[in-house]
Design a protein around this ligand. Structure first.
Ligand SMILES: C[S@@+](CC[C@H](N)C(=O)[O-])C[C@H]1O[C@@H](n2cnc3c(N)ncnc32)[C@H](O)[C@@H]1O
Length: 286
């Protein structure tokens, strides 16, 4: 049975409240992994110094904080469903002396902003968790100025993302995980090429492009890789709740052994691939 939009929002809020401390603990490693995505998205935004930017599903603040830091006369709004994630974003902003931001707790499918408020919008790894993707994309289009740019990223196939799939395979060897409903929130829900572009098109965006960007999750050791994954990857954290301590130890040992093959230059570098999507809100009469 599929869940209602309200149930999905409630479950997502709980999930990300629980993951926020793992994201804060591992902030430097996670942000290094995601940096190529931020760079790719920013390259498609054509930022002005007085930009008014909205980062939807901003979580602990990226890429919204990086954009705010580069647009000192502008303003950045970081919107997310989970206040706990936004509190981390506020602490990260203070640590980096980025003061031209505000945080807003809301769902992507009900943005509390006037029409045509923002020059640009970003959604880094958020689309897959929204209860109603067409409604969220239409909301983003509504709050963007005509001609404004939307950039986003989603994960591609699990087999191209060993940084998370190695742990999931080790978990599946211990416990039968229920299949993810195709329309329910999950990390790989938007993996199909063209899926997010079609959402953009239906919401009135033009000039749509999508392209793949590689990432690397770099940890000092294989044990650190496991610690990090088991603390912040939504799929893994949820699945690990279903196993006992002995099974958890077997999973940890299997992951540590499997990621050993990615050791290079004194670190463990496990690859992954994301899809980035950019488009412009079509101006009336264009
Ligand atoms: C993988 S994190 C991405 C955080 C950040 N953009 C980044 O890339 O580091 C996903 C975020 O989506 C948020 N989220 C989930 N459902 C949402 C919704 N309906 N509306 C807004 N944010 C949502 C979660 O609270 C979480 O912070």
């Amino acid at each position: 049975m599929s869940s209602s939009a309200g149930e999905i929002r409630q479950a997502q809020r709980r999930t990300w409240a629980g993951l926020s401390s793992g994201w804060e603990t591992w902030d430097a490693v996670i942000m290094d992994q995601m940096r190529p995505i931020t760079d790719a998205l920013l390259a498609h935004l054509d930022l002005a110094a007085d930009q008014v930017h909205l980062d939807v599903a901003a979580g602990t603040g990226e890429p919204g904080l990086t954009i705010a830091a580069r647009t000192p006369q502008g303003r950045g709004v970081l919107a997310d469903l989970a206040p706990e994630m936004l509190r981390v974003a506020e602490r990260r902003a203070a640590a980096r002396s980025v003061s031209n931001i505000e945080t807003v707790v809301c769902s992507a499918d009900g943005l509390p902003f006037e029409d045509a408020t923002f020059d640009t919008v970003s959604v880094r790894f958020g689309f897959m968790f929204f209860p109603d993707l067409p409604a969220a994309t239409a909301e983003i289009a509504r709050v963007l100025k005509p001609g404004g740019r939307l950039v986003s990223s989603v994960w591609v196939r699990p087999q191209d993302n060993p940084w998370t799939e190695i742990a999931m395979a080790a978990i599946r060897a211990e416990v039968a995980l229920p299949p993810t409903p195709p329309d329910g929130p999950s990390m790989f829900r938007c993996a199909r090429p063209g899926y997010v572009s079609a959402l953009y098109g239906a919401a009135g965006f033009g000039d749509i492009t999508e392209w793949e960007v590689g990432v690397e999750l770099v940890t000092a050791t294989a044990a650190e890789h496991w610690e990090l994954i088991s603390a912040h990857v939504s799929l893994a954290v949820a699945a690990l709740r279903q196993v006992d301590e002995q099974a958890r130890e077997r999973i940890a040992a299997a992951v540590v052994a499997a990621v050993g093959r990615f050791e290079r230059d004194g670190a463990v570098r496990v690859p992954g691939v994301a899809l980035c999507i950019a488009g412009s809100k079509t101006a009336p009469g264009a």
